[in-house]
Design a protein. Structure first.
Length: 136
């Protein structure tokens, strides 16, 4: 097994112990960092005062932004297929809000690969679809 295959196997195995969306986020972060992708998590889930919330909204914080934003472009034979990739993470019975669904559609309409993952197997499938990792 090569390094990427080991990382993928570890991520898939983590579905056994992941018990929350934050644990899924942490596992996804380790995988994306190990793959060397240019990405970030917009920390827009917040618990703050109404005044702070108003200031953040004025500063541009948007509801529904996906949990994972990957800036690496997706090329095939030198042709740009996708500008980047956005992943909304959900755990258990959680489902996307209308704001989250709108973001995914808007990103798709603007040349991004955008989808929802309910477990690490879904995250791996999205990364494979984007060409960031080879199929296993």
């Amino acid at each position: 097994m090569n390094k990427h295959q080991l990382l993928i196997a570890e991520a898939l195995n983590s579905d056994r112990w992941i018990k929350s969306e934050s644990e899924m986020q942490a596992c996804t972060a380790r995988l994306l960092d190990a793959l060397g992708l240019l990405w970030f998590h917009p920390a827009n889930e917040r618990n703050c005062t109404p005044q702070r919330g108003t200031r953040l909204k004025r500063a541009g914080v948007k509801p529904g932004v996906p949990d994972i934003i990957i800036f690496d472009t997706i090329l095939k034979e030198g042709i740009l297929l996708q500008i980047g990739c956005a992943i909304e993470l959900k755990y258990g019975k959680n489902r996307s809000t209308n704001a989250q669904k709108k973001w995914l559609v808007a990103l798709q309409e603007n040349g991004w690969y955008a989808d929802t993952a309910y477990n690490m197997a879904d995250v791996i499938a999205i990364l494979e679809a984007c060409g960031y990792i080879d199929g296993c």
